[in-house]
Design a protein around this ligand. Structure first.
Ligand SMILES: Nc1ncnc2c1ncn2[C@@H]1O[C@H](COP(=O)(O)OP(=O)(O)OP(=O)(O)O)[C@@H](O)[C@H]1O
Length: 764
């Protein structure tokens, strides 16, 4: 009932902040970043709107031309707000709560009649997107400027995606075309979720926040050693409320990373449920993919480039295509402020004064925060850091949780565990504690929590007994069973699906961003680049000095054949070694980006283009110098084509190796296994038998490239015969055929590289 006083609350959709104001009847206030009521947001003006309270309730009016909308409808004059209304100040969204009003006495609102946040009205077309000009602004960097459209006709309400980068999802499925909405449909755009009530879209009260329910979760694998099924997680039940900071700890091998990955969908569980806001994570993974942040144990940032540049590339890869340079710049500035790295923005991570371990972890965190995730998983993000840095990092995670993000972190260090809201203790795949860190000591009867490891290792109590004990505790009743009751029914079929990832289509924006980043990385590593560029002239000078074309025409022709062989071999060597580590050396970054939205085709293209240019430079230097020093009679364009194609196909071969292995050492160890056959089966060193000739023809770059190179000798040289009547320079096929075969082998190696990268998609 409205009396002499009324209370209005502004619930920020971006942070958990709630601003409460009790107003006297007939009172007027201003609100904004510098108003009577301080409302913060990226584009909230100093005095953005006025609030009046009278017998009709609370009225809100924009001051001047300040952009204000209620439930997606821009307002230009005083409008009454009611409990549950969504108020947008530019792109900053608040939900209005009027705690003292009962539902029965709510005044009617001029912008709609239902006492819920309602949207849209009948017979209209309304746009939803990041732009404040949209009918319903959705302030999130993951949302495209104009993201989706709602079209209402007399019979139906349709929703259609407007070519957004991160997609519009209805019941977890990405929209390919316009679809009619049905009652109960769940619509997700970026971090915003709506439920269709029948004729309106109602914003979920969890919009922008994630509640995680884990129910009866288990994970089984086939143990390599025993070939038996092995249960890594058993009957895990827990509920994490939005904006909570939860720490996972336990003995080594207790299943912490396995649980973390089951909760974030990277390695789905075998059975049970993981629900985000009552929606099954695994079957709707695509709709959550963009809003999940994951910081793995390894750093996910290229160390050679400047910090803010590394973040800019991430932003270009992950944020909507229509995000302009200024938006990206401002966004990165805010992220760097958040992780307290503003002063390191222009510092290269590795040199000249490398960032500290803690700062490096902050950069990895910043990489994830660029996409403004609603839920953040950190796998041993503080391992290897000293106690002081660990404390700072834990505080930073707590601040992120205060910013409405649900944060789940695996740690070994218990020193600063008090800053989190809840801890999960695992023991041999069983949940043995889930509750506040402060109550854990009392629960286990310990003085210091670190003593829990010794307690659990005592084999007189089995892991299942510890789990049973916890299940019977008040903590379980409060933090698991009690919270679980608030969840919707559990959907069927959870835990069965793995996310589908596309690879065939080539996103050219992604390809160009990746290419620029790769070029940046190559140029930043000057020493390595110098070595790569010096290889060719050094080898060319060596060949020029050692070889000489003396003797009769037949001897000269044969010598030219040998020089061709050495040139081809050098080119194959360059190509293979240029590329053999290029995927594996950035594997953690590749895997992380792939799990978000990286396509295999753009990724490979981004490597192949710069490496092709490098090959061309190397081949030009090699051929130019040797030609100049020895006056070879090969046709220059033809021999350059043969040399370049050989180097490029070898580059593809190196990438194929790099895509299959999981360490730099393996890549380097495999390179000779591929290169030695190129010597033996080139048809230049030993005569080939029937089988070896077949193998050479079907798989050796050197065989065809050497034949191609020899084909570029002058006709009269090719016609020369020795005393026994044998041709001085034996050929297998013509130049065109040879070059096509080298190109085909390159394509085959690309296919192998694609297969290797696809294999990495498989969850363990
Ligand atoms: N694919 C697999 N096949 C067989 N065993 C596995 C597999 N994956 C993990 N494990 C085993 O499951 C157990 C849990 O692994 P997990 O990495 O989750 O433990 P953790 O608690 O994170 O360990 P740590 O603290 O040492 O990192 C370990 O004993 C591990 O060896």
């Amino acid at each position: 009932m409205i009396g002499q006083f009324g209370t209005i609350e502004f619930h920020s959709s971006l942070s958990r902040k709630k601003i409460t104001r009790r107003m006297n009847i007939r009172e007027n206030l201003t609100a904004g970043s510098g108003g009577d009521l301080v409302l913060d947001g990226p584009d909230v003006g100093r005095t953005h709107l006025s609030i009046a309270f009278d017998d009709n309730g609370f009225q809100i009016a924009p001051i001047g031309n300040a952009p204000v909308s209620i439930n997606g409808k821009p307002i230009h004059q005083a409008s009454t707000v009611i409990d549950g209304d969504w108020l947008a100040l530019g792109t900053t969204l608040f939900q209005i709560r009027l705690p003292e009003q009962s539902a029965t006495t709510r005044p009617t609102s001029p912008h709609r009649t239902e006492p819920v946040a309602a949207y849209p009205s009948k017979s209209s077309i309304l746009t939803m997107g990041r732009s404040p000009q949209c009918d319903f602004p959705l302030p999130s960097p993951l949302v495209s400027r104009e993201h989706a459209r709602i079209v209402s006709s007399s019979d139906n309400i349709f929703i259609e995606d407007l070519g957004s980068t991160n997609g519009t999802f209805v019941n977890g499925k990405r929209l390919e075309r316009r679809v009619a909405l049905h009652k109960g449909d769940r619509v997700c755009i970026g971090s915003f979720a709506f439920v269709f009530t029948g004729d309106e879209l109602k914003p979920s009260d969890l919009s922008g926040r994630v509640r995680v329910v884990v129910k009866g979760l288990y994970k089984e694998v086939i143990d390599h050693a025993s070939r038996q099924r092995k249960r890594l997680l058993d009957d895990i039940n827990l509920v994490i409320e939005p904006g909570e900071f939860v720490v996972l700890f336990g003995t080594s091998g207790s299943g912490k990373s396995t649980l973390l990955d089951a909760m974030n969908g990277r390695r789905p569980a075998t059975g049970g449920h993981v629900l985000y806001n009552d929606t099954d994570l695994y079957s709707s993974f695509d709709s959550f993919r963009a809003s999940i942040g994951y910081v793995p144990q390894q750093d996910i940032v290229h160390r050679k480039i400047v910090t803010d540049r590394a973040l800019t590339y991430t932003a270009k890869l992950r944020l909507p295509k229509d995000t302009d340079a200024t938006e990206i710049h401002n966004h990165i500035r805010r992220v760097l402020e958040k992780v307290k790295l503003t002063d390191k923005a222009r510092a290269p991570i590795d040199t000249p004064a490398p960032l500290s371990g803690g700062q490096l972890k902050r950069v990895s965190l910043a990489v994830e925060l660029v996409a403004n995730p609603n839920i953040l998983f950190l796998d041993e993000a503080t391992s290897g850091l000293d106690a002081g840095t660990d404390k700072h990092m834990m505080k930073l995670f707590a601040e992120l949780a205060n910013d409405a993000k649900t944060v789940v972190c695996v740690t070994h260090s218990l020193e600063n565990i008090d800053v989190c809201d809840l801890v999960v203790l695992l023991h041999k795949g069983r949940l043995v504690y889930f509750g506040p860190p402060r109550e854990a000591c009392a629960y286990f009867g310990l003085e210091r929590l670190s003593g829990v490891y010794d307690l659990l290792e005592d084999e007189s109590v089995s892991p299942s007994e510890w789990a049973e004990r916890y299940r019977a505790s008040d903590l379980y009743a409060q933090y698991v069973a009690g919270r679980m009751r608030k969840s919707a029914d559990f959907p069927d079929g959870a835990g069965q699906t793995t996310p589908k990832k596309s690879w065939f289509g080539c996103d050219f924006r992604q390809a160009s961003t990746l290419t620029l980043r790769y070029v940046d990385l190559v140029l930043a590593d000057r020493k390595n680049l110098m070595i790569l560029l010096l290889q060719a002239p050094l080898i060319a000078v060596l060949l020029g000095l050692v070889c000489s074309l003396e003797g009769d025409e037949v001897v000269r022709a044969r010598l030219e054949g040998t020089i061709a062989f050495l040139l081809i071999l050098s080119a194959i060597w360059f190509g293979t070694l240029n590329s053999a580590r290029e995927v594996v050396k950035e594997l953690p970054i590749y895997l992380r980006e792939r799990s978000v939205n990286l396509g295999i085709a753009p990724y490979l293209l981004s490597k192949l283009l710069p490496l092709a240019i490098l090959c061309l430079l190397q081949c030009l230097m090699l051929l130019g110098i040797v030609h100049g020093m020895l006056s070879l009679s090969f046709s220059l364009p033809g021999s350059l084509a043969a040399l370049f194609l050989a180097a490029f196909s070898a580059t593809c071969m190196g990438l194929a190796v790099s895509a299959f292995v999981d360490s730099n050492d393996k890549a380097i160890a495999i390179a000779p296994i591929l290169l030695v056959p190129q010597v033996v089966l080139s048809n230049a060193v030993v005569p080939l038998g029937k089988v070896s000739l077949w193998v050479a023809k079907s798989s050796m770059i050197s065989f065809w490239a050497l034949d191609a190179m020899k084909n570029t000798l002058p006709e009269k040289t090719l016609a020369l015969k020795d005393l026994a009547g044998n041709t001085a320079v034996a050929l297998s096929e013509n130049l065109q055929h040879d070059l096509s075969m080298v190109g085909l082998l390159g394509l085959a190696f690309i296919a192998v590289a694609v297969t290797g990268l696809k294999r990495k998609d498989r969850p363990a």
